[in-house]
Write a protein that binds this ligand. Structure first.
Ligand SMILES: [Zn+2]
Length: 376
């Protein structure tokens, strides 16, 4: 690829790494991005939804106007990193960029940001013909996708309408997977109300909520339900003195599936079990559910995802389509109607102090992005 400057890409990456940006404190990275893109002539819109969750950085929307007709494409990466990340010391060893082992690297997702920024710079500076290019940089991804979850889309659309085809540059691992499908997740809470009594003097007058809850959980199907559905119980809570028959007990869990129907089916099954067991003990139950994120799935029968697999082949990467088991910003973009895929940039052992980045992988994905944008 003519004029591709790998050192410049690495420098951008290291510049962003050195800006400390844990969740809710991404402002300085946002300013770096704004400065970078404004120099390239981008139009900017800032979504200030961070006020809702006590952050300090907007979601940055940018548009580079194209000179070719067409819908264009949207890129996205998140600006926050997993702690501990303060006082980062970058260590370079050949193809690897890592830390001294005391902090995370934050290559998740700053490698994604670097790949997007450099690609846009390359396209603009080399005067390539291109369609409209949009980029969305979110805060708060690592703490439940706070940024993407809270975007005020109605306000966004008054200012800018990003292209529906969206590439989220935030997949862990090598630059070889194009993820197009991820589950929806619903958290649930089971509350049992029994009856309090003295455990020594009159236990028969009580209804033990812990006992009821335990029996419900024992009957619940938990773990891997089928290939695309999983379920978990992660917390149980009740706290009484030993001489009291407890009248309250609560369990917390989640169900993930690739269809809303499967989530609903699981929750209905749990409800039925809770109903039966509670009835038997004359206790009452309550199940509260809260959808955590919508599902991600192809909206054009794989057309866009397959197109990007072909682009990867052009830069020598034998890419494959991938189904993933976790939620990310892409789920919220999908929920808003964006046809999203997630691609990798070589980030490894993310969310640990052993995190490192394979530079060659970041280069491959950056070249793939440029290849995709370049319409010459
Ligand atoms: Zn990430």
């Amino acid at each position: 690829m003519e004029n591709f400057n790998r050192e410049e890409l690495k420098t951008i990456f290291k510049d962003i790494l050195s800006i400390y940006s844990p969740t809710r404190n991404e402002k300085n990275v946002a300013n770096y991005i704004l400065n970078f893109l404004e120099k390239l002539g981008a139009e900017i819109y800032l979504d200030n939804s961070y006020e809702i969750y006590g952050g300090n950085s907007p979601t940055v929307f940018a548009k580079i106007k194209g000179n070719v007709e067409g819908e264009g494409v949207t890129f996205s990466a998140h600006m926050d990193v997993v702690e501990p990340n303060e006082n980062l010391k970058i260590v370079e060893e050949g193809n690897i960029i890592k830390t001294d082992g005391t902090t995370t690297l934050g290559g998740d997702d700053k490698a994604g940001i670097a790949a997007i920024l450099y690609s846009i710079k390359y396209i603009v500076e080399n005067k390539k013909n291109h369609q409209d290019i949009f980029a969305v940089f979110t805060p708060g991804e690592e703490k439940g996708m706070l940024g993407a979850r809270n975007i005020n889309w109605q306000e966004v659309y008054k200012n800018m309408t990003p292209a529906k085809n969206t590439i989220v540059v935030d997949n862990a691992g090598k630059a070889e997977y194009v993820a197009y499908k991820a589950p929806t997740c619903t958290n649930f809470r089971i509350n049992i109300t029994g009856k309090k009594a003295h455990a020594g003097l009159a236990p028969e007058e009580g209804i033990n909520a812990i006992k009821v809850l335990s029996e419900i959980i024992a009957k619940m199907n938990i773990g891997r339900i089928n290939e695309l559905t999983t379920s978990n119980i992660s917390q149980i809570f009740s706290d009484f003195p030993t001489n009291v028959v407890p009248d309250k007990a609560t369990a917390y869990g989640e169900v993930r599936a690739h269809s809303d129907e499967n989530v609903e089916n699981m929750l209905n099954e749990y409800k039925k079990i809770a109903e039966e067991v509670s009835k038997e003990y004359k206790a009452t139950f309550e199940i509260e559910c809260e959808k955590q994120y919508p599902r991600l799935d192809t909206m054009d029968d794989f057309k866009f995802a397959k197109e990007f697999v072909e682009i990867y082949k052009k830069v020598g990467v034998d890419a494959k389509l991938q189904v993933i088991g976790g939620g990310s910003d892409a789920n919220f973009f999908a929920g808003e109607g964006f046809n999203s895929i997630i691609i990798g940039v070589g980030m490894q052992k993310v969310h640990t102090t052993e995190e490192y980045l394979e530079v060659e992988e970041m280069i491959k994905t950056t070249k793939a992005i440029i290849e995709y944008l370049d319409l010459n």
